[in-house]
Design a binder for this molecule. Structure first.
Ligand SMILES: [Zn+2]
Ligand SMILES: [Zn+2]
Length: 407
């Protein structure tokens, strides 16, 4: 997948990610080679930066290398500060291997690069062998535009299923499928649908739930009382989200499914303990929940297939609650775009909040409360360039890059 490299598009971040030995470097090398072959050498040298973190495959210094033996020359950069040194006013594309190994500054640097329309294609490992988010991957995955997950092949003998987790075996790392990793009977699975408001995320959840229910009805899950066809899916929503209907999830076009309003993680766990026939769990707008990251981890450990809709960023463009960490757990991320209501040209990836000041619709201030349940009267979807948050603090890399543009 990935977007076509059209020069007129604004900048974006494409993340090739997954567990160890999932072919991430190979995908990056192939991408670089296909461009290298299509343009002249001088242009490539001027506009393209190929960079690797030195700890990303220590054996092949000065090269990005794949585990199947391909490699390509790369500049080694250990920190975001090292990387920005190599950026010039001509830089249009950056290929970056091992983004998960960088320091905290990589996040504002990537943001600032995209803002001056640089296209970034990068590789990273989302989770450590302990199953925790890898360094700043939650923040990086929040600002990612194009998600390209690569599956490895589960090393458990006789398995060979698609692997999305890494484990440490003696002194090396191996890929594992979800079932072998969590040692569950059923195959746990996490799909996250994200995008700004009005990008039809809820519609995806409703369609998926209806599809799952049809499948589970044909193939019922057995519980202690025999076969049960009722309540085979459980869809949870935040109890304060009272738009439309408290016990329903309704999409903007009027489709709906039943939902269970909850206030805490323990309510979800208790519901599933009582309703053992549930074979599919959904969450609408998980950014509103209190502490959802440990809950999602626990449900994966219990083997549930999970489907989540969420805003990954709040109206200020900051990671929304636990969502950035939840993104690292997903084996599928569906990124929805809306239509920019301001320039009406670019796809919208941001949510803009308004307040009414002296009778005029004005962008809400950075310091306003993060949660405000509302609809079209308070929010609209906008593209990156049209997103406006008064009093948001400056990104130091914006200025560093601006100086490079002049000189
Ligand atoms: Zn396996
Ligand atoms: Zn716009």
């Amino acid at each position: 997948m990935g977007r076509s490299l059209m020069p007129l598009n604004p900048g974006w971040i494409e993340l090739i990610y997954g567990c160890v030995k999932s072919g991430k470097s190979r995908a990056l090398i192939d991408k670089i080679n296909s461009i290298k072959n299509a343009i002249d050498e001088e242009k490539f040298e001027k506009e393209f930066l190929v960079v690797k973190h030195p700890l990303d495959d220590k054996e092949t210094q000065g090269k990005i290398s794949s585990f199947d033996g391909k490699n390509i020359d790369a500049i080694e950069c250990e920190t975001a500060k090292d990387l920005v040194e190599h950026v010039t006013k001509h830089t249009k594309f950056i290929f970056l291997s091992g983004v998960h190994l960088f320091d905290r500054d990589i996040v504002p640097l990537l943001k600032a690069l995209v803002d001056i329309n640089v296209i970034i294609v990068t590789t990273g490992i989302n989770l450590t062998a302990k199953g925790e988010p890898y360094n700043y991957m939650p923040q990086i995955m929040t600002i990612t535009d194009v998600y390209d997950i690569r599956a490895g092949e589960c090393f458990t003998s006789g398995c060979g299923e698609n692997a999305y987790r890494s484990i440490k075996v003696n002194d090396h790392f191996e890929p594992r499928c979800m079932k072998c990793y969590y040692k569950t009977e059923k195959t746990p699975d996490l799909v996250v649908v994200t995008g700004p408001m009005f990008s039809q995320k809820t519609l995806e959840l409703i369609a998926k739930t209806k599809e799952k229910e049809r499948k589970l009805e044909l193939n019922p899950v057995k519980n202690e009382d025999g076969f049960m066809n009722k309540d085979i899916s459980a869809i949870f929503k935040w109890s304060e989200d009272k738009r439309y209907d408290l016990e329903k999830i309704v999409s903007h076009d009027g489709n709906s499914i039943n939902a269970i309003p909850i206030e805490s993680n323990s309510q979800v766990i208790n519901y599933l303990k009582i309703n053992k026939q549930v074979g599919f769990v959904g969450f609408d707008e998980i950014q509103f929940f209190k502490d959802p990251y440990p809950l999602i981890k626990e449900l994966l450990e219990r083997g549930y297939p999970i489907y989540i809709t969420c805003l990954k960023e709040d109206f200020r463009g900051e990671g929304f609650g636990d969502v950035p960490k939840i993104l690292t757990l997903a084996n599928i991320i569906i990124s929805k775009e809306a239509y920019c209501t301001r320039c009406q040209k670019q796809p919208a990836t941001k949510t803009q909040r308004f307040i009414i000041k002296n009778g005029i619709k004005t962008p809400a201030n950075y310091n306003d409360p993060v949660i405000l349940v509302g609809g079209k009267e308070s929010y609209t979807s906008v593209c990156r360039s049209c997103h406006w948050v008064p009093e948001k603090s400056e990104n130091k890399y914006d200025n560093i890059l601006k100086l490079k543009q002049i000189n």
